[in-house]
Design a protein around this ligand. Structure first.
Ligand SMILES: [Zn+2]
Length: 414
């Protein structure tokens, strides 16, 4: 298996057209959110999951692109509101927007990828004009049930132009865990340029390359995470489109994210945090190929240690299950070759995933409520980004002698 690519196929950067050098190959992977029914026998769609860095603008990105209609569709099973930590995270942000950016006459906020309305519901309750874009009609319907205005559509230049014509400029355009999903980011930024008020802000938050490298959280890499942003690469991308980075904020959610604030060039004074994060990235040599190749080496080490541990536990007759049938777990199970022989089931609270098989690895998904029936010896925690919330909820598992297996930042048992 060649997971450390020595020969880099030339790929064009989706931001600047420059050459992309590959540094990590995670092998053939399925769609990370495509849970199969046990009787589905058709061939599963797969693609090669590999990551590279642009030599010109330093943007880290996948080298193969999965068509968007395959990923974001009617049955997209991820519902943001499933976690109380995330509900509070977004309610706080909405209150912050209401207090700082949405204070003029008849303010207007647009969200790209509003999911089930987890952020916009607070805006709606405040009676402020808003519109959410959400191409996945299933989750969009959940937002609409909360009274949130949703357009079941992709946000891009043409749809943004349409909103500008009919509803006027937006004071805030916001996207959480969405912009990094979008390879055609140029069209999104053109749409933001068309729709944003002259003094408006475009705010987005996504997994941070600095955290991914520091924690070796390679499971942040999957079909939907096309870009792995850093302040450096976001600044470059913003400047190409007439924007600049005016604020950054590190966030502890989803394993480590950054909230980036862009404004039109010259319209706002950048905060000190921007210069600080850019300087820290330079100091860490975050985007250097040597750093990224060392990260790839750590990923292979985790794979080898995790599979060795699971084989040992199986040989000892221990029962091992997975906890959290996350999109991230698709990368781990398929890259490491973890199937039902090593992890007999995965427990998850999402009804749309239950009684189905995980993508690629085909591990049966069972309701989280059945986790205690009976407790396994070990639970591999795929939803490690919610570790504290889950471990508190499942205290009895630990008290009964059960142990958690984690693989970020290294393989360990808790
Ligand atoms: Zn580039």
């Amino acid at each position: 298996m060649s997971h450390l690519a020595d020969v880099s196929p030339p790929t064009a950067c989706r931001v600047c057209g420059g050459g992309v050098q590959e540094f990590l190959d995670l092998g053939r992977q399925p769609l990370s959110d495509r849970f199969r029914k046990p009787d589905e026998l058709d061939d599963e769609f797969t693609y090669r999951l590999a990551v590279g860095r642009c030599d010109s603008c330093e943007m880290v990105q996948l080298t193969e692109e999965v068509p968007r209609d395959l990923m974001f569709h009617e049955v997209y099973p991820y519902h943001s509101s499933g976690s109380s930590v995330m509900r509070e995270h977004f309610a706080m942000l909405a209150r912050d927007f209401l207090a700082t950016e949405l204070t003029g006459p008849d303010p207007f906020i647009v969200e790209i990828g509003c999911n089930d309305g987890i952020m916009l519901r607070t805006i709606q309750e405040a009676g402020v004009r808003h519109l959410g874009f959400e191409p996945s009609s299933g989750v969009a319907a959940k937002a609409q049930e909360k009274g949130v205005r949703v357009r079941t559509d992709f946000f891009e230049k043409s749809t943004a132009d349409d909103v500008r014509r009919t509803e006027g400029p937006a004071n805030v355009i916001y996207a959480a865990n969405t912009l990094c999903h979008i390879p055609y980011v140029q069209s999104v930024l053109e749409g933001v340029d068309a729709l944003l008020a002259p003094d408006g802000v475009f705010v987005f938050e996504d997994p941070y390359l600095g955290d991914i490298v520091a924690k070796t959280s390679f499971d942040q890499i999957y079909d939907e995470h096309f870009f792995l942003f850093s302040a450096t690469s976001v600044q470059g991308m913003a400047q190409r489109c007439g924007f600049e980075l005016v604020d950054v904020q590190r966030l502890p959610v989803h394993g480590g994210e950054v909230r980036y604030t862009l404004a039109r060039q010259g319209s706002r004074t950048p905060s000190a945090a921007v210069a600080q994060l850019l300087a820290a990235e330079r100091e860490q040599e975050l985007s250097d190929m040597a750093t990224l190749r060392a990260f790839a080496g750590n990923v292979v080490k985790i794979r080898d240690e995790l599979t060795a541990l699971l084989h040992r536990l199986r040989a000892e007759g221990r029962s091992v299950v997975g906890y959290g049938a996350t999109a991230k777990s698709a990368t781990v199970t398929n890259f490491c070759g973890i199937g039902p022989d090593l992890v007999h089931s995965v427990y998850d609270t999402t009804p749309d995933k239950q009684n189905r098989l995980t993508p690629g690895a085909h591990i049966p998904v069972r309701p989280a409520s059945a986790f205690s029936d009976p407790y396994p010896d070990y639970a591999l925690l795929f939803a490690w980004n919610h570790a504290e919330e889950i471990m508190a909820k499942e205290q009895e598992f630990h008290q009964a002698g059960g142990r958690w297996i984690l693989y970020v930042p290294e393989v360990h048992i808790r």
